[in-house]
Design a protein around this ligand. Structure first.
Ligand code: GCW
Length: 700
């Protein structure tokens, strides 16, 4: 009888209901809670001798998020121990010990995370870098350069002096809490393309307000400064770093800042780069500029983060320029100057080899700069987890002090003595309810913080933690095998594959910078308007022609390989040993060249684009099957973004393959689907809007 009832339509309805029920139980979620969700908690008894505001926050977090036994006792101690470094901590099942109150707060967050994901509660954990900083490219009018999550959380377009509301303070507190939960302890509040106005009294007043909110969470504020500030703001005739009037102007400014913000972190400077003013405008050097600022900050304990992102249009190879400009100055910077170096030699591409400056500057502090906001990796639309990209960058072996001289070790003080160690990530945060413009982009903020704290963590472990903390409907199910197999495994697998998928459908095998115009979103291998400087056009990078494709940076080409340590230089220089992922970064090869798979280069390129596109199709299928595990709001957001990603990956594949085919003149191999679009059409549209390309467009 029972069986009979559940046949036909009713069986189908029952099945449907079973599918929908769990989803219906999950409340709509706008993602604002990030990875910090306290679902079912228990009471806990905490004793702590420290009475600082920061220690109080640690207590509050433990009380709000406790998932251990009800009525358990915890002891929080601020006391130095040989095994603790900086703001590190020692966890034991019934205690957290740190040398500083903020160490207690980090320990509390780690303790709760371990409770939730089911990790060992015996651990000593110390930070890899002293300064773990977010760079906000926020403009004072509230817009964000390369920001895809709404307007700035710090600035808005205001006619008069900038204002601060209670709502601002609340949001900044939430922001600081999220950062502290992963160990981020600093924020540069404004764009590296800096307005001098940030140093005006009105703006400094607001900076102080932000600093006051961030302080209890262990975060310091920093500012990007415009090198010409003494002229624009101080009305001086020059900004020459050796001019006494200029030096005095900066000294006064530093005194003023530290009076209001005693723990102010320091300055970030983009000088003589992409049109920004700098010491070279006065025939001075980066050393003159950086050291002058370092000297005015030094009495206050401040640092200067001087960016190595410099290049000029006239050079044959942009990839070589930062090294050429900075290496001659090795050893000449003050101790409180850190050279901030992007992970790759060009510019946050989906894949680049590591910058040759890492490990090469042996007498100068160097810090890595990563980009969390996905300027070149699909903005807030494409699901791309960056943990894998950063792990690859940090683990790259420079060989500068023998095998094992990874980028991580060259920058965290383990290989070179550095008074300060630091790491920067260009933030992806804005006013959007979910902070990052998409739920999966939150994973990148999280992963950056976790790697800044511990640069030996793996992307896999971080993805696993993040998914558990962010999506587990009831944290106890982090250990539930149905949830683990049904949701955790497929989602982490998708995340782990996502960056490689993008590399494949955008620019495989070492290809780079083949974006249409300044938006840096869709394909534009053909894009080369006369008015745009050549190093802002894709043909400069891919060099496709009848003879083949790729940038010859070998010893016979631009010799960029020689900027690496000999072992690495030889590896990249030699076609037989050059890793395939960097093939066309370093080599220009004929279309018929045979790659490792046995295919011709042309066939391999086609195969990669196809494979990348196919991966996105699989991500869609995976996500579609996960509806029962996710609330509707987040489910639909991710689903619709994946649909768009698939569409845009197709545009990428078709655009690049059709264009390259005009040179290779070879057919698409079996397995590579025929394009949907035509080259003429794709060349005529803006690949972001899919509408006719506007007549005027910029560069970079
Ligand atoms: O990647 C380029 C970006 C610019 C950015 C610049 C930089 C802030 O396209 O928008 O400017 O790098 O890092 O300075």
């Amino acid at each position: 009888m029972v069986i009979k009832i559940f046949t036909g339509t009713s069986a189908f309805l029952f099945f449907l209901l079973a599918l929908l029920l769990p989803a219906a139980r999950l409340k709509a979620d706008d993602g604002h809670g990030l990875w910090l969700r306290n679902n079912k908690t228990n009471p806990v008894i905490i004793s702590c001798s420290d009475k600082s505001a920061t220690a109080m926050l640690a207590i509050e977090e433990l009380k709000d998020g406790w998932m251990g036994k009800a009525g358990a006792k915890m002891l929080l101690i601020v006391k130095f121990d040989q095994s603790i470094k900086g703001d590190g901590y020692i966890l034991k099942p019934q205690s957290i010990q740190a040398a500083t109150p903020v160490g207690l707060l980090y320990g509390a967050f780690d303790y709760l995370r371990r409770q939730k994901v089911g990790e060992d509660l015996h651990v000593t954990s110390n930070p890899s870098y002293q300064r773990r900083i977010l760079n906000h490219w926020d403009n004072l009018n509230g817009t964000i350069e390369r920001g895809y999550a709404g307007s700035s959380i710090f600035w808005r377009n205001e006619k008069q002096a900038p204002t601060v509301t209670e709502a601002d303070r609340k949001l900044w507190r939430e922001y600081a809490r999220a950062n502290a939960s992963v160990g981020i302890n600093g924020a540069v509040l404004n764009n590296v393309n800096a307005s001098p106005i940030i140093l005006s009294d009105d703006y400094l007043n607001k900076v102080k307000e932000v600093a006051d909110v961030l302080r209890p969470y262990g975060m310091r504020v920093y500012l990007s400064v415009n090198f010409a500030s003494p002229m624009v703001l101080g009305k001086l005739a020059t900004a020459d770093p050796l001019a006494p009037g200029v030096i005095n102007w900066w000294k006064d400014k530093a005194n003023e800042i530290y009076k209001a913000i005693p723990d102010f972190g320091g300055f970030l400077v983009k000088a003589n780069s992409e049109g920004q003013p700098g010491p070279q405008d006065y025939k001075r050097t980066h050393v003159d500029g950086a050291n002058m600022l370092a000297d005015v900050l030094q009495p206050h304990g401040g640092i200067v983060m001087w960016r190595a992102f410099v290049y000029s249009a006239s050079d044959k190879d942009r990839a070589k320029q930062a090294y050429e400009e900075f290496m001659p100055f090795d050893g000449r910077f003050r101790d409180n100057v850190i050279i901030q170096v992007k992970n790759g030699p060009i510019d946050f591409q989906p894949r680049e080899p590591f910058s040759p400056l890492f490990g090469a500057m042996k007498k100068t502090s160097v810090m890595p700069e990563f980009q969390i906001t996905k300027e070149y990796l699909g903005e807030n639309i494409h699901l791309v987890y960056l943990g894998t990209l950063w792990e690859e960058a940090l683990k790259s072996d420079t060989y500068q002090q023998g095998k094992g001289s990874t980028v991580a070790r060259c920058t965290d003080g383990s290989l070179y003595p550095q008074q300060y160690t630091a790491i920067a990530g260009v933030a992806n945060i804005g006013l959007d309810a979910n902070w990052c413009g998409s739920n999966f982009d939150q994973a990148n903020w999280y992963a950056y913080g976790r790697l800044a704290w511990d640069n030996q963590l793996t992307a896999t472990q971080i993805a696993d933690e993040w998914v558990k903390l962010t999506f587990s409907p009831d944290q106890t199910t982090a250990g539930d095998s149905k949830w683990q197999n049904g949701f955790l495994k497929p989602v982490t697998a998708m995340m782990m594959k996502s960056r490689e998928a993008m590399v494949n459908y955008e620019m495989p095998l070492g290809l780079h910078h083949i974006f249409a115009a300044d938006r840096h979103y869709g394909p534009g291998p053909w894009y080369a308007p006369k008015k745009v400087r050549v190093d802002w056009t894709p043909p400069y990078y891919h060099k496709a022609g009848a003879d083949g494709i790729g940038f010859d940076r070998t010893s016979k080409g631009t010799a960029a390989v020689n900027q690496y340590q000999q072992t690495v230089a030889d590896e990249f220089d030699n076609l037989k040993t050059c890793p395939e992922k960097y093939l066309l970064w370093f080599h220009h090869l004929p279309w018929t060249y045979q790659v490792a798979s046995g295919r011709t280069l042309w066939d391999e390129i086609c195969y990669r684009y196809q494979d990348g596109l196919q991966s996105v199709k699989e991500f869609q299928k995976t996500w579609d099957s996960l509806r029962p595990f996710v609330d509707e709001q987040r489910f639909e957001e991710v689903q619709s973004k994946l649909q768009r990603q698939y569409h845009d990956a197709q545009v990428y594949k078709d655009g690049c393959l059709l264009y390259f085919q005009t040179f290779s003149k070879m057919p698409f191999p079996p397995g590579c689907e025929k394009p949907i679009y035509t080259l003429d059409y794709l060349e005529s549209i803006d690949p972001f809007t899919m509408e006719k390309f506007p007549a005027s467009n910029g560069g970079q």
